[in-house]
Design a protein around this ligand. Sequence first.
Ligand code: SF4
Ligand code: SF4
Length: 269
Amino acid sequence: MAKAILYDATKCTGCRGCQVACKNWNGLEAVETYNWGSYENPKDLSTQTWLKMRFIEKGGTETDNMRWLFARQSCMHCTDAACVKVCPTGALHIRTDGFVALDKDKCTNCGYCVEFCPFSIPRLDASLISGIGDKATKCTACTTAGLNRIDNGYQPACVNTCPTGALTFGDRETLLSAAQDKVAALKSNSHPNAYLYGENEVGGTHVLYILDDTPKAYGLIEDPKVPAAATAWQDIIKPLGYGIVGVVGLGLILNIMVARARIISREEK
Ligand code: SF4
Ligand code: SF4
């Protein structure tokens, strides 16, 4: 059954417990932080930060009361996942529960997922250019081999640690229905721009957001699209590649068979 993580921005206090829990569970290193003009830290996702909380400061002038908008930044676990479409080795793949898993052993560091993800989520270590360093990294919804919480009956580490109930984990349909009700209530209660992000974006995602304002206000990409080149890659180039590999393989087998037949016929003479 399809699963999902529901993030309710109206319950989030920006404590970053989820961000820290993700690092702890996945054994990711602390990274250097500095004041870059925001309370948000670190500044960006990296091979060592797969989930970070965005802090968006609204208002705060003499006439406008300051208000925070917090938003989760991590893999959306797309149903129509561009990263999976372009991954040539199958390292990125969609599980039966809908989460997009990553098998690092199969990753060849090609970087296609980084180029094509409409949410700019996966990261490669810069040192990969020299062939050394980490492989592609991103949130796996706690399905990484050896650290797999989901298949052992536990909820993702981020959900487990959230002290305010802003994060929940469960069947996607159930969470979707609850989120639709909450967004409808927000709309009728002085939040006309309330929005359920992930319901339909890129085929529906397995991380859903309850927002009390537009996605744009929360710094989220409005109407994300799977790049046409990613679809073409999956539908045309990959099968063509397999076809070429198949033809080369067939040619080799034929060569071996012909050579063997010649040897046998020479031996019989
Ligand atoms: S957000 Fe990006 S990395 Fe995550 S599943 Fe979607 S395309 Fe893949
Ligand atoms: S742990 Fe919960 S309340 Fe804290 S930042 Fe994450 S989602 Fe928000």
